[in-house]
Write a protein that binds this ligand. Structure first.
Ligand SMILES: Cc1cc2nc3c(=O)[nH]c(=O)nc-3n(C[C@H](O)[C@H](O)[C@H](O)COP(=O)(O)OP(=O)(O)OC[C@H]3O[C@@H](n4cnc5c(N)ncnc54)[C@H](O)[C@@H]3O)c2cc1C
Length: 532
């Protein structure tokens, strides 16, 4: 049994909220450890829409949330410019949209401090040539695109630079509760199941849609509704600005340019289990139809893949208790379990948005300071994060780097990922999982969806590790990587994508016999004769 460790603040969850909280705590000088059961952004933060909200989306329904987004939008641009693309955004009302929404929208933007400037439909169409001519009104707002993988790496580096630690692939197995106080946790390492005890003065539960499960380990009830949202990435950057429909928020009303693609989303459906949900055919049809309302030629372009994430929606109606007042005006909540449930040493941070993660973290660590009796000022608002070494969504730099002689060997042609980048990322992350490499480098995220790069990357991973892992282990990571790609391709299986899938299937199933390889774990969802 490894020795027991101790820390002041233990953060559960390596999504935006947990990363923000650990960064904030470490900067305030607390001894901080963050644990995440998967990779960085393994949960919702790696499956979101990619929009750094200006706040305009919420001005009518949730003004507090709008004001929070507006403030944080400006701050995050200063703190992590390398993760953010200043695309700007348009809110556009089509002739079918309710004209009565425009006035409260304009007033709401003014009240929340959001610079919304009306532009003529002709000007909007000049800037976005694919935009429909059924435009009634258009407003420019300071929306932007934010790459959550880049952002997560930046914040993670910020945590370690401030003296904190980040343990990936460590799952919270048990909260240690003594005399009504959470005093630490038992953590399980994914690679070998080894358990380790960490004593903590305070545990911050930042487990997103899983926060209810974590709180339950201390006997506390936190109702988190998992709201599934589906998105479709189109294989072209169809717009240069974020397009939002100027009407009450609904399904498929936002199109975000993210690097070389454009993402239409989302839906919002309550699911029972944040680990088990399916993308329904009607969701894809609805998103494609809504996309075509904004851009009439939308369906002429190739839908590259679909994916879904689960919103951690906080339901304040704890059995027998009235809703907490802050929830009435805010979309996130910081729960003090001592005041709420009589359990000391545990704070849960739930709800919110990616855009507001820094603010949520600040509020959570403020409360942690009160609990620990050592209040210290928050420094995150004024501490810029170092530029990212790797910018995931900017192919231009990669293209220039690959146009030299001798040409670097490319592992993934679609995303221009070189052999050197793969081996470098492997050394840095020490992760034996191809899906982690995908998040680090965008490996396999282009049009062929890993058809050509998966085998090469798996070979590099296998041969590049000391000691060389069992072949069955490497086969498993390859198949799990292909499964993940396959999951996203299946819902958009028509036209060029269908042909691409046939090609990928033939390479891996018929040529390489991937579905018959010895594996360390059962490749449950990899396309077999039956499922294909
Ligand atoms: C479809 C969709 C689109 C969205 N689009 C936007 C958008 O465009 N802009 C925006 O600002 N917001 C958006 N959001 C909201 C935003 O993505 C989320 O609010 C935010 O990412 C939540 O971050 P989080 O850290 O709280 O949760 P998560 O990112 O889910 O992080 C929680 C982490 O906890 C880990 N964990 C769980 N249990 C354990 C355990 N036992 N041990 C260790 N680790 C554990 C999980 O693996 C996970 O990584 C969107 C949400 C959805 C669903």
């Amino acid at each position: 049994m490894p020795p027991t460790l101790s820390t002041e603040i233990l953060v559960i969850g390596g999504g935006a909220t947990g990363l923000g909280a650990a960064w904030d705590a470490a900067l305030r000088g607390y001894k901080t450890l963050l644990v995440e059961k998967g990779d960085l952004t393994h949960g919702t933060s790696g499956r979101y829409h990619g929009l750094l909200h200006s706040g305009a989306r919420y001005v009518v329904r949730d003004p507090q949330s709008a004001a929070d987004c507006a403030k944080e939008n400006g701050r995050l641009r200063r703190l992590m410019p390398s993760a953010i693309e200043d695309t700007g955004g348009y809110f556009v009302a089509l002739d079918e949209d309710p004209p009565g929404y425009v006035e409260p929208f304009v007033k709401g933007c003014a009240a929340a401090g959001i610079a919304a400037a009306e532009v003529s439909p002709a000007e909007a169409r000049r800037a976005e040539p694919l935009l429909t001519d059924r435009l009634a009104r258009a407003f420019h707002v300071p929306d932007a695109a934010c790459d959550s993988f880049d952002a997560a790496h930046l914040v993670s580096n910020g945590i370690t630079a401030a003296g904190g630690e980040v343990w990936l692939r460590h799952r919270l197995a048990r909260l240690l509760v003594e005399g009504g106080r959470v005093v630490g946790a038992e953590l399980e390492r994914a690679s070998d199941g080894e358990r380790r005890t960490v004593l903590a003065d305070l545990v911050l539960n930042c487990a997103g849609a899983w926060a209810g499960q974590v709180a339950a380990r201390a006997g506390c009830e936190v109702r988190v509704t998992a709201g599934k949202g589906t998105m479709v990435a189109m294989n072209y950057r169809l717009v240069n600005r974020v397009l939002n429909r100027l009407k009450p928020p609904s399904d498929g009303d936002i199109l975000v340019p993210v690097g070389t693609v454009a993402v239409i989303g989302t839906t919002d459906i309550k699911v029972e289990n944040p680990d088990q949900y399916a993308i329904e055919p009607w969701e894809i049809e609805l998103l494609m139809a809504e996309g075509a309302k904004l851009l009439p030629r939308f369906r002429e372009f190739r839908a590259l893949r679909a994916w879904a994430g689960v919103r951690p929606l906080y339901d304040a109606s704890k059995a027998g208790q009235p809703a907490e007042s802050r929830l009435l005006t805010r979309a996130h909540a910081v729960l003090d379990h001592a005041a709420r449930d009589g359990v000391e040493g545990l704070i849960s941070v739930v709800g919110g948005k990616f855009t507001t993660f820094r603010l949520m973290a600040e509020e959570a660590v403020d409360l942690a300071g009160v609990k620990l009796g050592t209040q210290r000022a928050c420094a995150t608002a004024n501490t810029p994060l170092e530029p990212a070494a790797t910018r995931h969504h900017v192919l231009r730099g990669r293209l220039a780097a690959s146009e030299v002689y001798p040409r670097p060997a490319l592992v993934c042609e679609c995303e221009l990922v070189t052999r050197e980048e793969v081996t470098g990322a492997l050394t840095r992350s020490q992760s034996p999982v191809l899906n982690d490499l995908r998040r680090d480098l965008r490996l396999g995220m282009g049009p062929c969806q890993a058809g050509f790069c998966a085998g090469r990357a798996a070979a590099l991973m296998h041969a590049g590790r000391e000691p060389e892992p069992p072949v069955a282990e490497s086969n498993s990571t390859l198949l799990e990587f292909l499964q993940e790609r396959w999951k996203g391709l299946r819902p958009v299986m028509w036209g060029a994508n269908l042909r691409q899938m046939e090609l990928d299937l033939n390479i891996y199933r018929n040529l390489l016999g991937a579905d018959r390889l010895p594996t360390a774990r059962p490749p449950e969802t990899y396309p077999t004769e039956k499922t294909a």
